[in-house]
Design a protein. Sequence first.
Length: 403
Amino acid sequence: MSHSIRRGVAVAALSALLLLAACGDDGDTLTGNVVEDGVGCIVTSVDRPTAAPEVDLTAAEELATAPEPEADDEADAEDDAEDGSDADSDTTEEGDEAAEADPGPGVVTDDLVEAGDDACDVTKARYLVVDMLGVKASDGTEFVNTYGQERPVNLQFAQDDILPGLVTGLADMKVGGRRQITVPADLAYGAAGHPAQGIGPDETLVFVVDLFAVTDAPETCNAPRPIVEGVRDGKPMSVEMPVEPWTELTTTDVVEGSGEPVGRDVLAKVEYLGIGCFSGDQFDSSWDREEGLAVALGDAPQTAEFMSVIPGWTEGIEGMKVGGVRQINIPADLAYGAAGGGADIGPNEPLIFVVQLLEVVDDPDATSETTVPADGDAPADDPADDAADDTADDPADDAAEGE
């Protein structure tokens, strides 16, 4: 999730926008990646846009000057709701359609590019892959732009703490669509604003969003979001995230350590931090708890205290020295595989772990209350939700996720 929605603050000056949308029933050739899902959804991806769009601030100006609802009108609406009546009981078919198209209180949407009839919507896969441009309605100042950047943004629409106004504005989008979404302050950052992004108190925001894929396995990793300090000292505050998901295990020693390199089949005590490729989020960290982790690597005997770990840990920790710190990039087949690891680790998601080797244990008398489980189970005691909610200096994450 450079730093912007989930990262990248730059204006793309390319000349063409390549969007492939599904055709209706006119017999034209269908382009893009297609998957028949049995309910009419076919197109799951189109070409990524190459040029940053322009933003029309007209809707924001109208929103800013719109009068507040009068108290009598609100009371009448409440009375109508209680007795089941409708103040506009003589609704026409056009009126019904207008009501259905209303994106919600205060949010204004405008579809700049229509998706095809057979395009999949935001509910059809775990991740939405989008590009996004965001500006302040007050003066048009840009605070996020992922167009032309290495990474688009992978959003988990059903799970991410996205800005409420964006949730409303994105709700019925389909692949291949481009939409402008005007979000009033109370559905964005409110009275607090977001100083890190240059967003002041009570700012209305305007976004242009291209939804170009829905997928369970994005083709790029989100840049890592800012890491929150742990409850104990020593927690790494950054990782190096590749742009593309990886299929081979690699390691990088941040601190070499001392003594003999550790073997495969040993008992050890470690500290660790875990970051997902697709999300860019921390999903677990021993530094956020009161003690480290006791692990049985490889074929070392598992006990109640020393638990088995995913294969990538055994391969990645082998050769470390006590006191060393190592970043281990683990491919999905050596992590949680196609099953994923619950809400925080997607199917076939590569993972980054930063591991500190505290000691190699010959006499397994130590106790530990935390584990990194194997066999596809989600990590226990996951602090990721709270940790992610506390980060605030990433324009890309924050613009989409209400932080």
